[in-house]
Design a protein around this ligand. Sequence first.
Ligand code: URA
Length: 429
Amino acid sequence: MNPVAIISKKRDGGRLAAEEIGQFMEGFVRGEVPEYQMSALAMAIYFRGMDAAETAALVDVMLRSGATLQWPAGFGTLVDKHSTGGIGDKTSLVIAPLLACCGLKVPMISGRGLGATGGTLDKLESIPGFRTNLTSEEIRAVVEKVGCVITGATADLVPADRKLYALRDVSGTVPSIPLICASIMSKKLAENLNALVLDVKWGSGAFMRKQEDARTLAQAMVDTGARMGVKTTALLTDMNQPHGRMAGNAVEINESVATLEGRGPNDLVGLCVALAAELLVSAGVEQSPVAAGDRLLGLVRSGAALEKFREMVDAQGGDLDEERHVAPASEVTAHAPGYVAAMNVEQLGFAIIELGGGRKKLGDTLDFSTGLEMLVRLGDRVEEGQPLVRVFAHHTKAESARAMVAEAITISDEPVKSPPLIVERIEAR
Ligand code: URA
């Protein structure tokens, strides 16, 4: 294997054979292919793309780079949901306990904030005592006892992704459809699932800025899942405004608890029900999305969903009743009357990072108490001076965060239609 020949072939728009991808990646994981050559190949892939067979070969070699979660025979039907990330996206926190209440097993391996987007593990760590570094044995034990777990990847799970992602992050090669597909699907396939639903976002707060790119990514991931024997569907969802009202860490846990208690915002409830219903139908637990939706809402009304979340938090060492501090609130108001026409959601994410709610560099400690509460949605009519966003911030950072938030929201004179949240459903071809 000659790494330079493989890089040059992709640079010139050639199609790599499965053996070439396999040998290059295996060499990289073993430390024989140096980081500069891996970065060069990632950049060539970024510009030239990969076809379905090349992407499949990349997923295969990444999946084979480490251990996978193993389940005893007769353990039950294993399902998971993955989101490509956004601001205020707390669906995992609501969906995992709901699915566990339906008898499904949910080994949810989650991540931390990436770029401007928030991370489920960071949000959960705002619950005092909550552990997100469970071992494979602990993951198995919690899933067996509770039905669901939300934790970080163990060190031996898909090491190729950990090594490659670290390079992509610092070489401008994150937003490549085949690389994202291989990264996400290798990790999800390592959970050894029966069914998977993907929430693929597009918009100003998502990796994919254009709906058509999100569709291409979703189709690639759904086809990969199906090829590997996992029933996979995807919903394309709008990330041109945050999900729900809250964005941050402790405030998102609070909103998730409210949602599990039946007091959630309509958009968030609708998205959680739609995603969970996909899995209930894929797993054969319910015959239709409508029946699945009724069952899920019933679990919220009865209190079972919140009780299951509490069980999971307990099993992972957390205390849901201990106070989660929220920083003092101040408001960003409308500078003129009009309609909420656009939100720069990435900039809202950067404002949260400025407040310490996300990381600027690896290893930064977070301030879980900060965040935003969206008081308006796209299309809303507002009057001059009306509060648009509540900012939870400590004194020294509040003013600059308010300025960033104010800049992120566009008010127009013309009425604007409020966009649908779920724009498409994608199945395997
Ligand atoms: N999330 C991942 O896990 N990997 C990517 O490449 C992008 C988003």
